[in-house]
Design a protein around this ligand. Structure first.
Ligand code: Q46
Ligand code: ZN
Length: 305
């Protein structure tokens, strides 16, 4: 097929848009999808400083690159999770991209702060590693952004990620999660604004973006992701998408435009119940925040928050 935009030979087909693009026009398409998402959800305002959470994977590196291309002031945050070779390789990729463009990459050692690695967390806290990982990510994304005066934290969740999460939430009718499944969570009550500017772009498109731009990324999935229920949901959605291109984006983007507001009205979280954590000052409904409660379970607590 010819490129939809310039009529040169296309190199990538986007079936849900019934379109093909050449390399340059595909990069343009990705940027425009992100620009549209940022505008539609009022994600970033003029003069604001953005902190992008970088894992070394395709999504977060593509996001950093696109935000820079769109002219935003963006630094990176890398969390060392202590997941063996995977963490070492992902760190190398994040660092390589940052150094190639002389960008600032803030690094935090989660293992040191928790007193145990994410790989060891199932043995120590008796829960899946993604639970301790998620708690740590939420904690550091917010605290590092506040400490360093960033206005907004951006993460590389893409259309496939968000559609799978939505499907999981709908299948369980988890009203609380549905009410918060917005690509832009407002700042306030001790929380910085959190945004997901890639929600109109698929995993495959983010891989293609990195390949075309020559951005090296870690291809291997996190070894802790085995058994993660979102993988099964992604496979189910991919099977549907294969038969009916466009279903995935209609499902997720339709939720945002037609249903999210009604779920928000159903579930009104009472922010007045939040107080500063006694140890780290993060907002929490109890004396200690989830991260500090987690770190107490480790053999030692190192003060590196
Ligand atoms: S990094 Fe962390 Fe993921 Fe690995 S331990 Fe689970 S949550 S799978 S995005
Ligand atoms: Zn705390």
């Amino acid at each position: 097929m010819k490129c939809k935009r310039c009529l040169e030979p296309g190199i990538i087909d986007i079936r849900r848009h019934n379109a093909s693009f050449c390399g340059d026009c595909f990069l343009h398409y990705c940027k425009e999808q992100v620009r549209k998402t940022i505008k539609e959800h009022s994600m970033i305002f003029d003069g604001e400083k953005v902190l992008v959470a970088v894992s070394g994977g395709k999504d977060s590196l593509a996001l950093w690159d696109i935000l820079l291309e769109l002219g935003y002031e963006v630094d990176g945050l890398y969390l060392a999770l202590g997941i063996g070779q995977y963490s070492q390789d992902s760190h190398a990729m994040a660092l390589k991209y940052a150094q190639s463009k002389s960008l600032k990459l803030i690094e935090k050692d989660v293992q040191q702060a928790l007193g145990f690695s994410i790989s060891d967390s199932p043995r120590i806290v008796k829960r899946a590693p993604c639970s301790a990982c998620g708690t740590s990510k939420r904690h550091f994304f917010n605290s590092v952004a506040l400490e360093n005066n960033y206005d907004v934290v951006a993460t590389g969740h893409n259309l496939d990620d968000e559609a799978a999460v939505l499907m999981g939430n709908v299948l369980r009718w988890d009203l609380s999660s549905l009410s918060r499944q917005s690509p832009c969570l407002a700042a306030g009550n001790g929380f910085v604004r959190k945004i997901k500017p890639l929600v109109r772009l698929s995993e495959r498109e983010m891989a293609a973006y990195c390949i075309i731009k020559g951005i090296d990324y870690i291809v291997q999935e996190c070894p802790m992701s085995k058994g993660n229920r979102h993988i099964g949901l992604k496979e189910a959605l991919n099977a549907i998408e294969d038969r009916s291109p466009g279903t995935k984006s209609a499902f997720y983007l339709g939720f945002l435009s037609k249903a999210l507001d009604s779920f928000k009205q159903e579930e009104n979280f009472d922010f007045t119940t939040l107080q500063p954590c006694k140890v780290c000052k993060s907002p929490t409904p109890s004396e200690l925040c989830a991260f500090c409660r987690l770190s107490k379970k480790g053999p030692s607590v190192v003060n590196n928050r």
